[in-house]
Structures are given as C-alpha cells and as structure tokens.
Ligand binder design. Structure first.
Ligand code: ZN
Length: 455
C-alpha cells in the first residue's frame, strides 16, 4: 500500500461520525482548529460550563446538543444555551460527546493476594480510570472479610471512587476459593455491614472447574454460601461461574440453575460472553434461558478480562438482542496491554457490534449504578456528583481483540477526551481546560518566578 493511502486509512485520518443531532464533521473534532479557547472570568455562579457538546444521559432520556453547568462539584444544570456570563470557566466541547462518568463494575485493585502461587495481578485504579472516562470502579472480590481492611486502606489513598464486592472466601481471591471451609457467611455479612459506603455485594470465582466433585467440593458450595450472605445482607451477588458435567456421584452444574433458579433478580453473572458459557446453541441461536433470566431482572456483566470475551459468543448474541446489562473490563495487570486495554475500548467493541451509542453509555453509567445500588451515580441529574466523560467518535480502520485470538474489524472507535471527577478536571490531555499560555493574565502567578532570581 502506498504511504499516503496508508496514512489516510489509519487513526490519523479518522473522522468524527455524524450524530443523531446531525453533526457531520470530516476530521477528528479535536483536529479542526475551530475550537474556542477556554474563557476564564472572575464572576459566575457556575464553576465550569461545558458548552455545545452532544449530551447523552440515558438516566434522564437526554440525547442532544446541550450545555452542562457545574457548581461546587455538582451538576447544576443541563439544558440548551446556558448563558456564558454565568460561569467562571467556559469550555467549548462542540463536536464532542458529553455523558456521565463511566462506572466500571469489575476491576481488580488489591495487590497482596496470591492466586495460583503468583502475585495477584492487580492494577492501580488511578492509572486506568480517568484516562478512559471512568469515575467509579468496583473491585470484584479480590479481597474477602479477612483482608478487605487492606483494600480499604488503598481505597482511602485512591482518587477515583473505588467500591468493592467482597469474596465469600474470607482470604479473598486465593486458593481459598477452592476450599468451602473458608466461606464464612456471617463474617462476610458483618464486614459488609461495617463498610456500607464501600462494599456493594459479594463475589464467588474460579470454584472447582476441573476435578470431580466430592463431599467437601459439592457443585454449588460457593453459590449457596454467597447467596446466603446476599440474602442476609440484602446485597447482590456476583458470580464468576463454570458449568460442569455430573461427577463423583453429584449431578451436573447447569447454567439454567444458576441464572433462573439459584439467583435472585439483581444478582450478576460476570464473564457471560466467555468461551465456556453456553450463550449460543448449536443452532446458532441465543440460549433462551438467557432472555428469561434478563426478563426476571438477573444481570449479565461483561467482565471482559484476559479470558472471558469471545466474538463467537458476543457477536451473534448482540445480533439477536442478548446484550450485556453492564459493560465492564475485569482490568488486571494481565490485560491492560490487550485485549482489554481500558473501559472505553471495551465500550467501543459494543458500538462496533451494533449497539447504539446511547445503549453503550446506558450500560456504562446508569445500569451499573443501579446494579451496585448507587443510583446517585451514573447520571447528570441536577444535584448529582459532577462526574463527567467527554469523548469523541472516530471513523477509521480498527481491529478489536477478543480473548481467544479473534479480531473484529470495524470503522468506529470511541476516544476519551476529558474527564471531570466531582467537578474537577481529572484528565485533559488535549488541554481543553487550559488557556493558551500567552493569554494568561499578566497579574497571574503564572508570570512570577518564585525563586526571585533574574539575570
Ligand atoms: Zn475478575
């Protein structure tokens, strides 16, 4: 391929797709050079005004060009044509999308745990959140009742809002998950009650996936224990789960039992497009039990991870309308360089499979907020915390990876541009909130050399 053509076909030659509101721009919005420089003024009842963006706020059925005003860390107003004179800073976000900050309902943030004899491969949440539009992350069972206190210490030092499902195995995500004697229901419930602002539910994972069942390792030992905790604490349970054939004199462990019988509405199956999950039948059709479960309010969560998202399940499922209720990454150190990368990359995969942008945002904001019983998050409702994602949609040639070696070719990509957390700019690599240096007022400290030395 000749070089010019190659360049045109890469991200550098991307275009912003026209939106439902009629934006049709032939180059990336940020490259147009028509953006108005930030206006900074002393007076105004709003701290920040995001002007002229395409707001998508599914919780409030908003999907159109609007302004968003922020005051004292909260959403003050969302409507068309808010006067610029009422705000201290006016940031031109025309040509860009504006939505609630994303909620990643499945990540791993605890470092000192051993899993399969190795150090558990967790991420530092602050390094993988704002840069992807994410303002809330939920640790999915890295710790249990014995070591949640350690995770809490990390949470207290972390900027991005970090919540947690705790593992029903008291030592957390370790070999203890294989030993039902470590499933301490009452201790898990007591721990959840002690940290109601941080613990959103209970988790099971990795349990008894290869060896035959025996009197200790019965098919449903972990699910039964976690459900007891969930009922006692009135909190949701998240299942990382494997179907198994009958063995050791015990019957098969079936998907139907999990999603239609054992679980309650509001409980969550994470990794539901994984290679081992019976999503698509031999006839190419979605498992009808999945639709029934979704209808009864059972929640399906992506939990992409390094081994739990395969196109051969996801693509036909989405085509037939069986779509994850919540989009999440399962970020850990083993997938940040691929195939997950980050939250907005996983969101792009859903857009590319044909989920409308509004649906992608819904599954990354208000849906996970409700799933973790934090409906005060995930929307731009007046008075709610001003967690905001600003992003654009690129057009170009892109390939997205699954966890089994499959690529998905598409012409769409979402790209994070700016993130506000509690009303403060937390990510702004393109400098939308930065005035041009030569325009900074001459009485500003910007012009002072604090050493006092001149020559
Ligand atoms: Zn996980």
């Amino acid at each position: 391929m000749e070089r010019r053509k190659f360049i045109r076909n890469t991200l550098a030659g991307g275009t912003l797709l026209g939106s439902a509101a009629g934006m049709t721009i032939s180059s990336p919005a940020l490259a147009q050079g028509i953006r108005q420089d930030i206006i900074v003024q002393e007076k105004g009842k709003y701290d920040i005004l995001l002007k002229g963006g395409h707001v998508i706020d599914p919780a409030n059925n908003i999907d159109s060009i609007m302004d968003v005003a922020v005051a004292e860390g909260k959403i003050a107003r969302v409507r068309k044509n808010i006067s610029a004179k009422d705000s201290k800073k006016i940031i031109d976000v025309s040509g860009l999308y504006v939505s609630p900050g994303f909620i990643d309902s499945h990540i791993h943030a605890y470092y000192n745990v051993k899993f399969n004899g190795k150090l558990n491969a967790c991420i530092i949440p602050d390094n993988h959140s704002f840069n992807s539009g994410v303002t809330t992350v939920v640790d999915a069972g890295s710790t249990g009742a014995h070591n949640f206190g350690g995770l809490k210490q990390l949470i207290d030092k972390t900027r991005v809002r970090t919540l947690a499902f705790i593992n029903i195995a008291a030592p957390g995500m370790t070999e203890a998950e294989q030993d039902p004697r470590t499933y301490d229901v009452n201790l898990a419930v007591d721990t959840a009650k002690r940290y109601p602002d941080h613990i959103v539910g209970f988790k099971v994972a990795h349990y008894w996936t290869t060896q035959p069942y025996d009197d200790l390792h019965t098919p449903w030992a972990n699910v039964d224990a976690v459900m007891e905790a969930g009922r006692k604490a009135d909190l949701p349970c998240m299942f990382d789960w494997y179907p198994r054939p009958a063995s050791g004199g015990y019957p098969m462990r079936s998907y139907r039992e999990l999603i239609l019988e054992k679980s309650r509405p509001g409980d969550i199956h994470t990794h539901h497009y994984a290679i081992h999950i019976p999503v698509i039948g031999k006839d190419g059709k979605v498992n009808p039990d999945a639709f029934k479960a979704q209808e009864r309010g059972f929640i399906f969560d992506t939990g992409h991870g390094a081994g739990s998202f395969v196109w051969r399940n996801a693509v036909p499922a989405v085509e037939q309308g069986f779509i994850s209720d919540t989009i999440s990454t399962d970020l850990h150190r083993g997938n940040t360089n691929g195939p997950v990368i980050d939250m907005i990359n996983v969101m792009s995969k859903y857009l590319c499979m044909g989920v409308p942008l509004e649906g992608v945002i819904r599954r990354s904001t208000i849906n996970p907020a409700r799933a973790i019983n934090h409906p005060e998050l995930g929307s731009l409702s007046r008075g709610s915390i001003a967690d905001i994602a600003v992003f654009e949609q690129l057009k170009g040639n892109f390939t997205y990876l699954d966890t089994s070696g499959g690529g998905f070719r598409s012409d769409k990509k979402l790209q994070s541009i700016m993130t506000l957390f509690s009303g403060n700019v937390g990510f702004d690599p393109y400098g939308l909130s930065y005035p041009a240096w030569e325009n900074i007022p001459k009485d500003s400290r910007y012009w002072v050399n604090p050493s006092g030395q001149y020559f």
